[in-house]
Structures are given as structure tokens and as C-alpha cells.
Write a protein that binds this ligand. Structure first.
Ligand code: NAP
Ligand code: MG
Length: 462
């Protein structure tokens, strides 16, 4: 158990204004592994003032110099790879190999990408008799969730910094230790004081203060739709920019011509990965009625193999929530073919990898984001029916289509109301724009689109 002190504000670790702390718990064994200070309005205000003061200097820094600092940040993260992976495993519970490759490897690649983009992006262009400048939006308030502790921070902070914005981060209360390691890497990379600031704390206090702070120009939030809606309303009232990356209920559509076994196996792996705590997970599998029972049997077998391999969910509240959804599914008529609501282990916030069959589109488990290792399998009659079911939720973040012929899958994917679709098991691409249609959010992260979120344009006419 380690008591971590201070907030990273204005280029140094400073004592928190209040005395309250947050306990960080290892979800695999329920032990308290450390404490961090719980930030207050005073801490948030100090961080925002530091970010505001640093803005003129950083926004005027030549892009090549910003790129050099970001490259140094990428290297500082890479140098801490093992420590970060171990910390993600300790506070999130994910298996160490997954922490290394995904939780740490992917954000290092993203940081490297934004270092490169800062150096090459055209921040200035000619349009007829105008010169258009792409200028930083200003002070960014970033509020991140716990499901990918480092990735969520890097996906906001590095494009914002590349754009010339300054940043105040409020990370999830469940995973603040990874955020502190990120701040340490910023410090080592030699970013000027105040360009990046960290305030740990709880959402309704530190998070809300940051979203409401009048000197924040853009709020970038990833998390639940309930909180996202509030943040959107606050930003709307203040006429400030907002980026929201919210939930998902993505469909994995297996067309009759597809390789069924492959589509089902990859589909199950997608849902069980990170214990189901991925907003873009394909939590609804859609199968033609002729192939339905075969798919259910394949999925049950595949899910059973994950029993000992997946980590816990992040905390007791999430475990209760996920189990509640499984019970609700059963009460509404779903059939448990793998896992179930029972506890697979004595200690830790584990949930059994669960597959629900006979799920129909109106059921709660087919409509709401569960955020746990739970797959629902639905039946469709024909392609039009599959499309109606796939598009029949308030969400539109991701999805997958499988078919014997790529063109057939692409034609179907073009009709999905969703921001990302993987064709026949296409791999995640951290350079492709990521974000939602409908209530899955506003704006895009990653790639060049992720940079432009943090820019505003000024036109000069000659
Ligand atoms: P959440 O409350 O929306 O958390 C996201 C972030 O917002 C955290 O940093 C949180 O702080 C902060 N926050 C909470 N209330 C706030 C407020 N009033 N004002 C400003 N910031 C606030 O999500 P959660 O409770 O951790 O998870 C609940 C559900 O959200 C999950 O079951 C899942 O369905 C969904 N979720 C989605 C994603 C995604 O990637 N889209 C990620 C995580 C969760 P605290 O950490 O202190 O709560
Ligand atoms: Mg919360």
C-alpha cells in the first residue's frame, strides 16, 4: 500500500488542496494497493490557471518543436513500459500479457503517430485569396474512463498537445496510478510547465468542476452516456466545444455465406477481451435462423475456454451491474449457454464468460451497454431483418460484418448506422477515426481526425 501525494500542476508535483484520498483497489484480489489525493475545485482551478498561462507559449511553439517534445514523451512512455503494464494490471486487473501489448503497446504507437503528425500536418493552407490557419482551440479539459487507462489519456492528450492546446486531465478514480505514470513521462519529456496538468479525483467533484470551469475551451469526455449527456448540456450552455465518446451496443452480423466457425470464434474473443470492458465490443451476434443452433453451440464452446483466462471487471459495482444484466436477460427469456450470474471465484471481481441465446431485439440485454464478458446471440430471418436489428439501438459506435465475399460484407456495412465496421475480422487500426453515430457520441478520436478535433480555423483574406 503506497500513499501517493500531490497533483501534477504547472510542471511540478504539488500538495493537493484538500485532505481526502481515493483508495485504489486491485480487482483481482480486492486489496487496497494505494491512495491518491481526491481533487477539489481548488485543485482544478489551479490546474486550469496553469494551463491557461502556458497556452500562449505552447500554441506559438513551432510544430516541429512540439513534435520533438511529443517524441520525447513517447520515448519516456516506452522507457516505463514494464512499470505501466504492471500498474494497469494492478489497478484494472487485466492479464499482464494483455496489459503489455494492448494497454501499453497501443498508446505508445498512438503517441508516436501524433509526434509525427505534429511535424507534418499543414497548420496553414491557401484557399483562393485566403490563408486559412488551423489554430489550437485552447485549454482542454480531458475526462477519461478506466477501461483502457493509458490509451484513453493518450488518445486525448497527445493530439491536443500536437495541436498546440494545453491540457488538464481528470482520470477515472479506479485507475489513477497509470495517469500518474503518464504525468511522470510528461515531466521527463521536458514539456513546458503548465502544458499538461493532472488532477486526480472523483467524477462528481473534480470531473464536474473541470467540465464547468469557465476557462476551459473544450471538454473531451469518454465514459457513460449518462455522464456524457450532462457534460454535453454544460458545454452547450457555455457555448464551448465538446467531444463525447460514449457507449456502444455493437452488432456482429454473420451473413449466411460467411465462414461461421471463424466469425463466431473471433466474435467471442472480441467480447471477452478486456473482460468485456470495451465500448466498441460486438456484444450482439446476429445469426441467420438456419445456422442459429450451430452458432450457439460454437459460441458456448469458445466462451468456456475463456473461463480461466480473463481478468476480473474493474470493481464491485461493475460486477454487480454485469450480473444484474445477466439475471435480467434470463428473466426476460434468454437462455444461458455458457457462464451465468454466479461467482466463478471466491476473491476478486470476476464474472464468468457468459453467452445468452434466444435474445430478442427488445430485451434489455440487447439494448443496454453491459460492459462485461457477456455475449447475446440474436436470430434474423433475412438481410433486411438483420439490418433492422443491427441498427435498432440508440448506439452506433462499431460493428462487424462477415460474408463469403468481401464486396457483400462492404455493401452491408455501408448500411449500418455506426462509426467503425470490421470486415471479415479486419484488425483494429489506431490511425483510423474512432467515434460514434447516434448516441455513441460526438466527434472523432485517433488519426488525423483526432487532431482536427482540437483545432479551429481562422481565415485571412488578401
Ligand atoms: P463514468 O462515470 O461515465 O466515468 C467516466 C469518467 O467521467 C470518469 O473519470 C468519471 O469519474 C467521470 N465522471 C463521473 N461523473 C462525472 C460528472 N458528474 N462530471 C464529470 N465527470 C464525471 O463511467 P463509470 O461509472 O466508470 O462506468 C459506468 C458505465 O459507463 C459502464 O458500465 C459502461 O457502460 C460505461 N463506460 C463506457 C466507457 C467507454 O469507453 N465508452 C468507458 C467506461 C465506462 P469517476 O472515475 O470518479 O467515476
Ligand atoms: Mg463513475
Amino acid at each position: 500500500m503506497k500513499a501517493h501525494d500531490g497533483m501534477y500542476i504547472d510542471g511540478a508535483w504539488r500538495p493537493a488542496a484538500g485532505r481526502d484520498v481515493i483508495e485504489v483497489v486491485n480487482p483481482a484480489d480486492e486489496q487496497v494497493i494505494g491512495t491518491v489525493p481526491a481533487g477539489t475545485a481548488e485543485d482544478v482551478d489551479a490546474a486550469v490557471r496553469a494551463a491557461r498561462a502556458a497556452l500562449p507559449g505552447w500554441s506559438a511553439t513551432p510544430p516541429a518543436e512540439r513534435a520533438a517534445r511529443l517524441a520525447a514523451l513517447r520515448d519516456a512512455l516506452a522507457a516505463r513500459e514494464e512499470e505501466i503494464a504492471g500498474t494497469v494490471t494492478a489497478e484494472l486487473g487485466s492479464p499482464l500479457a494483455f496489459s503489455r501489448t494492448v494497454h501499453v503497446g497501443m498508446p505508445i504507437a498512438v503517441a508516436g503517430f501524433y509526434a509525427g503528425l505534429a511535424a507534418t500536418y499543414a497548420f496553414e493552407e491557401k484557399v483562393g485569396n485566403s490563408t486559412v490557419y488551423h489554430e489550437p482551440v485552447g485549454v482542454v479539459g480531458a475526462i477519461t474512463p478506466w477501461n483502457y487507462p493509458l490509451h484513453q489519456i493518450v488518445a486525448k492528450a497527445t493530439p491536443a498537445l500536437a495541436a498546440g492546446c494545453t491540457v488538464v486531465l481528470k482520470p477515472a478514480e479506479d485507475t489513477p496510478l497509470t495517469a500518474r505514470l503518464f504525468a511522470g513521462a510528461v515531466d521527463e519529456a521536458g514539456l513546458p510547465a503548465g502544458v499538461f496538468n493532472l488532477v486526480t479525483g472523483v467524477g462528481p467533484v473534480a470531473g464536474q468542476e473541470l467540465a464547468e470551469h469557465p476557462d476551459v475551451d473544450l471538454v473531451s469526455f469518454t465514459g457513460s452516456t449518462a455522464v456524457g449527456r450532462r457534460i454535453g448540456a454544460i458545454a452547450g450552455a457555455a457555448v464551448k466545444k465538446v467531444a463525447l465518446e460514449l457507449g456502444g451496443k455493437s452488432a456482429n452480423v454473420i451473413l449466411p455465406s460467411a465462414d461461421l466457425a471463424r466469425a463466431v470464434n473471433v466474435g467471442v474473443a472480441n467480447v471477452m477481451s478486456n473482460s468485456g470492458q470495451t465500448c466498441s465490443a460486438w456484444t450482439r451476434m446476429l445469426v441467420h435462423h438456419d445456422q442459429y443452433e450451430e452458432a450457439v453451440a460454437l459460441a458456448a464452446t469458445a466462451a468456456a475456454k475463456y473461463g480461466e483466462r480473463i481478468g476480473p471487471v474493474v470493481n464491485a459495482k461493475q460486477r454487480a451491474r454485469v450480473r444484474g444484466y445477466i439475471e435480467k436477460g434470463v428473466a426476460e427469456g434468454a437462455r444461458v449457454v455458457a457462464g451465468g450470474p454466479g461467482s466463478p471465484r471466491e476473491r476478486g471481481y470476476f464474472v464468468s464468460p457468459t453467452v445468452l441465446a434466444d435474445v430478442t431485439p427488445g430485451m434489455t440485454v440487447a439494448q443496454e451497454e453491459i460492459f462485461g464478458p457477456v455475449l447475446s446471440i440474436l436470430r434474423y430471418d433475412d438481410e433486411e431483418d438483420a439490418l433492422r436489428i443491427a441498427n435498432g439501438t440508440v448506439y452506433g459506435l462499431a460493428g462487424a460484418v462477415w460474408a463469403g465475399d468481401e464486396a457483400e460484407a462492404v455493401a452491408f456495412a455501408r448500411r449500418l448506422d455506426t462509426g467503425q465496421v470490421d470486415i471479415n475480422g479486419g484488425r483494429f487500426n489506431p490511425l483510423a477515426p474512432f467515434g460514434g453515430y447516434k448516441q455513441s457520441g460526438v466527434g472523432r478520436e485517433l488519426g488525423t481526425h483526432g487532431l482536427t478535433e482540437y483545432l479551429q480555423t481562422k481565415s485571412l483574406q488578401f
